[in-house]
Design a protein around this ligand. Structure first.
Ligand code: PGA
Ligand code: ZN
Length: 425
């Protein structure tokens, strides 16, 4: 094998789409810049996510700076990995985990470790002259169904809608390109409907590009989406989904969920989901309950018989996933690389999910940059589903546009997951 040795790793502080600092990492191989990657960050984060190291210095970026994480890459990780073969992804990731030495990457920072991990993957792919998806998996060929979050609430918007994401999945499309076309057309009709009832101000968007309207509860958003879908002529081509992010409207003291002016206990809330799923073709619900209620997740999975996705529940962590699988909590895992903090560990969790018949849904964070890395990842995983926001802002369009490129590159090998999004054929 030719020498593909890491000669240097350099990090810098850059800005994400919310104006918050994040980490960007460059990996040099044999003296040449070979791979670069940006680290995403959440706002509606799970308690059990790996530790994102922020400076806590109120004089810079109100404490959100990442200069410590940058210094950890430049002064600790870079010297430790110098001379390593860039294609040894797993060895490199495990070495960083050991170098950190904490269970949640709190010493070096999950943002420092992940930045290196992703940039090493890019550098390995570039050094081998392969697109990243093919470098990770020579059998990569499934284009995902995009979960488009048309109406946004929760922590990702400045409105009173509790449920974070009301989603349309264009499962009837024949290709990713057509999926994008269908959803964009529906969004234009939805815009008109929102303006008609709530005025133009209601078409401001949340962190992930969906409209942030004054709607409340769960029923009205569905009425709007269904009407827009029908008027756009796509009723038979779409199904619906939710990311409830139920943590953010669970009243922990009272042990009750507070939604649209009503209070629900776990069973009451499951009954509400059931009512909605009987009325609309809902195919997937993420985080329908709060993040510690594994038994509740098992109950809702059994009761609804649709895809139930664990985000804050699993945090891409194989230990939490194992606990869930043991009792049938959810039947799919949300895949967010920064929740666990290295590519290899995230891939381990995905593999474990597949082995146990769980789906894997690759996801954006609310804090993204223009780096489209998750588009390569979703195809590499043949996962069949991606949540990467509405294609109306640059940090989201970069992912959609990268998927269009990949679809074209794959040519006749490309398969759009469509209705088989949970278990692509
Ligand atoms: P986050 O939101 O990136 O702020 O965590 C997205 C989600 O909850 O899925
Ligand atoms: Zn979520």
């Amino acid at each position: 094998m030719i020498n593909l040795r890491i000669s240097e790793i350099r990090a810098r502080e850059i800005i994400d789409c919310r104006g918050w600092p994040t980490v960007q990492v460059d990996v040099y191989v044999e003296g040449r810049l070979m791979g670069r990657a940006d680290v995403p960050a959440g706002r509606s984060t799970g308690t059990h996510e790996a530790h994102e190291l922020r400076d806590q210095d109120p004089k810079r970026y109100r404490g959100l700076g990442v200069q410590k994480a940058v210094a950890n890459v430049n002064n600790v990780i870079s010297p430790a990995l110098k001379g390593w073969e860039v294609v040894e992804q797993r060895k490199i990731d495990m070495a960083m985990v050991a170098l950190d030495g904490t269970p949640n990457k709190s010493r070096l920072g999950a943002n420092a470790i992940l930045g290196v991990s992703l940039a090493v993957a890019r550098a390995g792919a570039n050094a081998c002259e392969l697109p990243l998806y093919r470098y990770i998996n020579p059998n990569a060929h499934v284009l995902p169904v995009p979960l488009m979050n048309f109406l946004n609430g929760g922590k990702l918007t400045a409105n009173d809608l509790e449920i974070q994401e009301f989603i349309i999945m264009p499962v009837g499309a024949r290709s990713y390109a057509q999926a994008l076309q269908i959803t964009t057309e529906i969004n234009e009709v939805l815009r008109d409907l929102v303006i008609e009832k709530y005025g133009i101000l209601a078409t401001n968007t949340g962190d992930e590009g969906g409209f942030a309207t004054p709607m409340r509860g769960i029923r009205e958003p569905f009425e709007f989406m269904a009407k827009a879908v029908e008027m756009a002529g796509y009723t038979d081509d779409v199904v619906y989904a939710l990311d409830c992010a139920a943590n953010s409207w669970f009243n922990r003291k009272k042990g009750l969920y507070e939604l649209g002016g009503e209070r629900y206990d776990r069973d009451g809330l499951i009954a509400l989901y059931k009512e909605m799923a009987d009325k609309y073709p809902i195919a997937s619900i993420e985080d329908p309950l709060e993040e510690e209620d594994f038994e509740g997740f098992a109950a809702v999975t059994k009761e609804l018989g649709i895809q139930i996705v664990g985000d804050d529940l699993f945090v891409t962590n194989i230990n939490r996933l194992r606990k869930g699988i043991a009792i049938g909590a959810a039947n799919a895992m949300l895949f967010k690389v920064n929740q666990i903090g290295s590519l290899s560990e995230a891939l381990d969790s995905a593999e474990f999910a597949y082995r146990h018949n769980y789906g894997v849904q690759v996801s954006e964070r609310s804090g993204e940059t223009e780096d489209p890395l998750i588009s390569d990842l979703v195809v590499a995983l043949n996962s069949g589903q991606i949540k990467t926001g509405m294609p109306v802002r640059g940090e989201r369009t970069s992912k959609h546009n990268r998927l269009l490129q990949i679809e074209e590159e794959l040519g006749s090998a490309a398969v759009y997951a469509g209705r088989n999004f949970r278990r692509p054929a």
